[in-house]
Write a protein that binds this ligand. Structure first.
Ligand SMILES: Cc1cc2nc3c(=O)[nH]c(=O)nc-3n(C[C@H](O)[C@H](O)[C@H](O)COP(=O)(O)OP(=O)(O)OC[C@H]3O[C@@H](n4cnc5c(N)ncnc54)[C@H](O)[C@@H]3O)c2cc1C
Length: 182
């Protein structure tokens, strides 16, 4: 529990305001360069990131743009970068785990159970349908069934040196985020 929250907890807690899903698609493709990402993933990312600020407001957050921090995209020269309209944060402030703390409170307020120290190890698939996960935690292995679907939100793989080498490929790198993102 002390180190929960993945990269989100240690991040600046700001998210870019996307003012054009169409241009955001172009921007993500430009950022990916030769490492292509599936078209439906790019489209979904572009459409959904345009809704992040309103989604957080809907959960009760006070969302404000950081004053003059990150007002421009990091790769201004790339096609599509004009989708970037600044960086929103909780209360207009960066860091301090504000986004993580807000999301954690949103879960606990709604009575969502959090099982810390519990790794999902496999999906339960029946007749081609994902209907749960196999986990391993302090109480040992368990199956959790899900009637409405399983959302995988396990972050990236920066905590897995072999995958970093295979997929990026980088041999010497410094891990900035959660060692749990394997
Ligand atoms: C130092 C730092 C600063 C950053 N600042 C910014 C910023 O200001 N703005 C920005 O847009 N981006 C920033 N980023 C990037 C951003 O933090 C990440 O892209 C974002 O937090 C990823 O969120 P996520 O929910 O996908 O994954 P995460 O927040 O990393 O969460 C993944 C979670 O999944 C858990 N997990 C992994 N595997 C399993 C498993 N098998 N079973 C159960 N749980 C598992 C992990 O323990 C973790 O809790 C920053 C990153 C770092 C490291």
């Amino acid at each position: 529990q002390e180190i929960a929250g993945g990269n989100t907890r240690v991040s600046g807690g700001g998210w870019f305001r996307n003012n054009s899903p169409e241009q955001a698609e172009v921007f993500l493709r430009s950022l990916n360069g030769s490492r292509t990402v599936a078209a439906d993933v790019v489209k979904t990312w572009a459409a959904e990131t345009a809704k992040n600020s309103d989604w957080l407001r809907g959960l009760g957050a006070t969302v404000r743009q950081t004053g003059n921090y990150h007002t421009e995209p990091e790769f201004l020269e790339l096609d599509g970068s004009d989708c970037y309209a600044g960086m929103d944060t909780i209360n207009g402030e960066m860091g301090q785990s504000l986004l993580y703390e807000f999301l954690l409170a949103a879960l606990t307020d709604r009575g969502v159970e959090i099982r810390f120290d519990t790794g999902a190890e496999d999906l339960i698939v029946e007749e081609g349908v994902v209907c749960g996960v196999r986990v391993n935690g302090p109480a040992g292995p368990a199956l959790i069934r899900a009637s409405g679907g399983v959302v995988l939100a396990t972050g990236g793989f920066a905590g897995n040196p072999a995958m970093v080498q295979d997929f990026l490929p980088l041999e010497d790198y410094v891990l900035w985020g959660s060692p749990n993102n394997t």
